[in-house]
Design a protein around this ligand. Structure first.
Ligand SMILES: [Zn+2]
Length: 190
């Protein structure tokens, strides 16, 4: 079983409808790692917490994405010294400290400080969250769930296509088979 199912999320086998409810409920408190910044739809990130060091990472890994992020209304925040100390204690106690990047440690500390959920696919960070009692979610699972509330629709004729089953980091969604117009993701109204 993959590790994603171990996140502290009641009802992780949720239906699309309850997935939408969960998403609204947790909008206030998520710290996103850089993989989430790359993979998630901008709408899904709105209001999420990130640390300034990630902008540097992103500029290196995915400069186009870095430019788009200004539209996502992220909260850029640095954890205070108390939270850094708490995160360091957890990392030292598990023996993970040596393998953590400064950004990783700040992400963990920010989740601690804000009592937020850390969204990460990094096994080391997930392990630290488990040991430190910090809730976490997998980027991939949440990215898929996020798309359940969206539909793929033609910007020309309005035809609705089946929703993609995986996140689409490239945001190249293709063209309508009927009229050739670009496809776009629209929030599903139901
Ligand atoms: Zn069309």
């Amino acid at each position: 079983m993959n590790v994603a199912s171990r996140g502290h999320r009641p009802g992780s086998e949720a239906t699309p409808e309850s997935g939408a409810d969960l998403r609204l409920g947790m909008a206030a408190g998520e710290v996103l790692d850089t993989a989430a910044l790359i993979a998630w739809p901008l709408e899904r990130m709105r209001g999420s917490l990130v640390v300034p060091g990630q902008r540097v990472e992103l500029t290196r890994i995915s400069p186009d994405r870095e430019i788009l992020l200004d539209a996502a209304d992220l909260e850029w925040a640095s954890p205070g010294p108390d939270a850094i100390a708490r995160a360091s204690d957890i990392a030292v106690s598990t023996g993970d400290m040596a393998g953590l990047s400064p950004v990783d440690l700040e992400l963990l500390a920010l989740a601690v400080e804000r009592a937020a959920t850390l969204v990460t696919d990094d096994y080391r960070l997930q392990n630290l969250c488990e040991k430190g009692g910090v809730p976490w979610l997998s980027v991939t699972m949440e990215g898929v769930r996020a798309l359940w509330a969206w539909e793929l629709r033609c910007t020309g004729c309005g035809a609705v296509l089946p929703t993609p089953e995986s996140p689409n980091p490239s945001r190249e969604l293709g063209n309508c088979v009927d009229c050739g117009s670009e496809l776009g993701l629209r929030r599903k109204m139901d």
